[in-house]
Design a binder for this molecule. Sequence first.
Ligand SMILES: N[C@@H](CCC(=O)N[C@@H](CS)C(=O)NCC(=O)O)C(=O)O
Length: 240
Amino acid sequence: MSAGKHLTKGSPKPALPDDGVPRLYSMRFCPYAARAHLALNAKKLPHHTINVNLKEKPEWLVEVSPLLKVPALHLVAEKDQPSLIESLIIVEYLDEKYPENPLLPKDPLQRAQDKILVERFNGVFSAFWNVVLEGKNPDDLWPAVDIFETELAKRGTPYFGGDKPGYVDYMIWPLFERFSVLQFTMKEEYNSNLQRWVKISAWIDLMTKNEVVQSHFATPEQHWEYFRTRSTNPNYDMLA
Ligand SMILES: N[C@@H](CCC(=O)N[C@@H](CS)C(=O)NCC(=O)O)C(=O)O
């Protein structure tokens, strides 16, 4: 509901209906915000999306996001209307508060193992940013992804969550959706690495067709356009 152009410095705070529906403060190309979108959509939870321009932040952003980052989830129906920040904390809160369509496994050990896997995914995130944003050597990136290839093979299921996507799948997907921008920077090396990841390649194909993923999807070309212009003049509203 109500996603629109990215609100910028000087924009008034949006007037939203007094309906108690949580408000997700987001930016269309933020992979961390994408986690919150995927969790909300996977759990079919109504919410309002308010997109913000992160180069020229609206003055009122601090009221809902003290570190001035997205995602932030404003729980307007709760006492004192608190806001949650940090993508993984938001997703875990949603999963506990709304147990239908669960994302994390019920078993405490499996839960812990899934959270460890997502924690380890920070290595893929930082290696990827180093390559795409800093133009660094991709030598750290391939072994970081190998961990996930091995884990998926070990689980023996099409998704990390079993026969359908779960917490790990949705939390790591936003980076994999962006992974294909590497085809624009290192064509041959990218293609040959995809071939070495048999399980991950099949998983990427399945995830791309998933309806929750499609509910918040951008093409490799759109992601590349964002990355290219990110530090100068990003077109946040490309998809608005
Ligand atoms: N650890 C945070 C990271 C959030 C984050 O870094 N968001 C970026 C956009 S992708 C942001 O809001 N940056 C604005 C800034 O740092 O000023 C999470 O998982 O939610």
